[in-house]
Design a protein around this ligand. Structure first.
Ligand SMILES: [Fe+2]
Length: 376
């Protein structure tokens, strides 16, 4: 068993106070901050930047796109190197965080972005990397993965290396209160899928199991509240911890078929990642039920408080409805005529299908998309 440890975490309203100390501990003199246009205009960003600037020079890249392209990350790296950066901060949702990981990797490895795409292609530990999430769901602060877009091939590409694990992450509930309800809901369901898929993965282990079940308990307790009461800091902190634990779970066990089936939706219709997972989770979990009833009983116990294996999927369907998510591909505007080509496409996502607990052949893929289309 090979376990990937957690990065050091500061969590709570005062977590950012530790940022200055930690930057000093790594002797950072020139800090490169990667963020997005919206976050860069917030008070939270200004407060973070003020901490980073004490006794240090700071440069900001604030134009990170959603699903950042390899070209854009190459541009960030050029700016960071020209600035002479010796540490990187990524602040925002999954996109700036994933970009920041690759920028930090490029500062300590003389490699282009495309040379780092793949598994274990970052030879040396990345430059000191500090992560401040403003959404709660990707868990990217806990993972060794960065997802980038190859615009030429119209494909998502992954940099997977333990050398891009962040050095520290700062989970500040106040920074997530301005997240719109729809993003709170979809990112929260993404965390649900990370935990559930990790718990059912063929690569699961006792460490990922523990993290996954704890994440599900927190999601059951706090996701609906975070959606309905955006200023509820206990709910926001609960979801940040859930996202982090679920990130640790899947970085140690992998996600499986829900994420695989979501990929064609993201690639073709730009369905947001968490929304795509939400649309696919019920039929995929139904497929995975046979032979795994004990695991589903564990999931139900963590999520619903009772060891009834059949209660798990209905419970998350109720949660999805309560937080306003579409319940079928039809509701989400996906044309039925495309289901066949999506079924063919998902069969190519072998990295995730191979670790799914139950085998999936093309006929299964067709049935799963049909069920998702009807909302079954
Ligand atoms: Fe995800």
């Amino acid at each position: 068993m090979h376990l990937i440890p957690m990065p050091e975490i500061f969590c709570g309203s005062d977590a950012l106070e530790a940022l200055g100390t930690t930057l000093a501990q790594v002797c950072a003199r020139r800090v490169f901050i990667v963020t997005g246009p919206h976050v860069s205009r917030t008070d939270g960003f200004a407060a973070m930047k003020a901490v980073a600037e004490k006794g240090r020079d700071v440069a900001v890249f604030n134009e990170t796109q959603g699903d950042p392209s390899m070209e854009q990350v190459t541009e960030m790296i050029a700016q960071a190197k020209a600035f002479g950066a010796d540490a990187v901060i990524g602040m925002g949702g999954g996109s700036p965080i994933d970009a920041a990981k690759v920028v930090a990797a490029a500062l300590s490895n003389d490699r282009k972005v495309e040379e780092m795409v793949g598994t274990d292609r970052v030879p040396k530990r990345c430059a000191p990397l500090f992560i401040i999430p403003t959404t709660a769901g990707t868990g990217s602060e806990a993972t060794n993965i960065s997802i980038l877009t190859d615009t030429a091939e119209q494909m998502k590409k992954a940099v997977v290396s333990n050398h891009i694990l962040p050095h520290m992450a700062f989970l500040v509930p106040e920074l997530t209160v301005s997240m719109p309800k729809r993003i709170t809901a979809t990112t929260g369901i993404d965390a649900f899928c990370h935990a559930t898929e990790a718990y059912l993965s063929k690569r699961r282990n006792p460490y990922s199991d523990g993290m996954a079940l704890r994440a599900l308990g927190l999601i059951a307790r706090w996701l609906e509240k975070a959606c309905c009461e955006p200023e509820n800091l206990a709910a926001r902190e609960g979801m940040l911890m859930a996202s982090f634990f679920a990130g640790l779970a899947f970085t140690n066990a992998s996600v499986t078929a829900i994420h695989a089936f979501a990929y064609p939706l993201g690639g073709r219709y730009h369905t947001p990642h968490g929304m795509a997972n939400a649309l696919m989770l019920a039929p995929v979990l139904k497929h995975n039920f046979a032979g795994n009833e004990e695991r589903f009983a564990d999931l139900a116990e963590a999520f619903c408080g009772a060891r009834d294996p059949g209660a798990f999927v209905p419970a998350v369907q109720v949660l999805k409805k309560n937080i306003g998510l579409p319940m079928s591909l039809d509701d989400a505007g996906i044309p039925e005529s495309d289901l066949e080509s999506m079924a063919e496409a998902v069969m190519g996502v072998t990295r995730l299908l191979e670790v799914n607990p139950n085998a999936i052949v093309l006929d299964d893929a067709r049935r799963i998309y049909q069920e998702a289309f009807k909302g079954e």
